[in-house]
Design a protein around this ligand. Structure first.
Ligand SMILES: Nc1ncnc2c1ncn2[C@@H]1O[C@H](COP(=O)(O)OP(=O)(O)OP(=O)(O)O)[C@@H](O)[C@H]1O
Ligand SMILES: [Mg+2]
Length: 233
């Protein structure tokens, strides 16, 4: 039996530009199964980032439902939503978004501090383990400016994993990397998906990166245009 971890139902979102409502999503329904690696594609402006932002509770839909792990996030209060984000979702962005005044290690440690569940020693051990998992055990004390783009993105991946969230969300996470480095990052994310059972939802414009997914959903003008199942998934 397949268990769905995210359910999106008839999602609508418009942005207000002056007095005019610009539609970004116009009725999107998606079930993401636990452990799935799902890719969203589609032309610029088709609504991919809007959808990811709604999934992450970073913005509110105009209409529709979003359920994560059985919980309706649309009706959640800000505090509850913040906790859900910290525990259930790990974000990876195109431009890494690391804190420049923090070392790589401290960037990974920060969300663990925020979650407030581990004591100092366990927290340090966890951050060190994550740095090791992304192949950066020898770069812990480097600042982001002292790392390559690919290394920075691997720090961002370790940070996304800090509180062991079941879901990873990536918006063009290889967009700023050369293709060789992009492949390495995708292989790492795929490994986390296969070995740790992480559910991954990622956006890319690059069909070679989309090849890593179990399923590809193509958005067009705010609706699902087509869907393709890959990897026998
Ligand atoms: N903050 C905003 N205010 C007004 N309109 C917005 C805003 N964000 C997005 N839009 C509009 O919503 C639509 C969807 O935008 P979105 O950013 O989701 O597209 P995208 O698929 O992620 O595109 P890209 O591939 O360029 O990142 C576009 O028409 C865009 O102009
Ligand atoms: Mg986008």
């Amino acid at each position: 039996m397949t268990v769905s971890i995210i359910q999106v139902e008839n999602l609508h979102k418009s942005y207000l530009m002056g007095k005019e409502a610009v539609p970004a999503l116009r009725g999107v329904t998606i079930n993401v199964r636990q452990g799935e690696m799902l890719c969203l594609m589609g032309p610029s402006g088709s609504g991919k980032t809007t959808l990811l932002n709604l999934l992450g509770g970073l913005d509110e839909p105009g209409r529709g439902h979003i359920t994560i792990d059985g919980k309706n996030i649309v009706s959640m209060k800000e505090e509850q939503l913040a906790r859900l984000r910290l525990q259930k979702l790990g974000y990876i962005f195109q431009t890494f978004n690391l804190l420049n005044n923090f070392t790589a290690f401290e960037n990974v440690e920060a969300p663990i501090v925020l979650a407030g569940k581990l004591r100092r020693r366990q927290r340090k051990e966890r951050a060190a383990l994550l740095m090791e998992q992304v192949g950066l055990a020898d770069r812990m004390d480097h600042y982001p400016s002292e790392l390559s783009g690919g290394q920075q993105q691997r720090v961002a991946i370790a940070r996304a994993l800090a509180n062991d969230p079941p879901i990873i969300i990536g918006d063009e996470m290889t967009g700023d990397l050369d293709s060789q480095t992009g492949f390495e990052v995708m292989r790492l994310v795929r490994r986390l998906n296969q070995e740790q059972g992480k559910t991954v939802i990622f956006v890319t414009h690059d069909p070679r990166m989309a090849d890593f997914a179990d399923r590809i959903i193509n958005l067009l003008d705010g609706v699902i245009d087509s869907e393709e199942v890959r990897n026998g998934g």
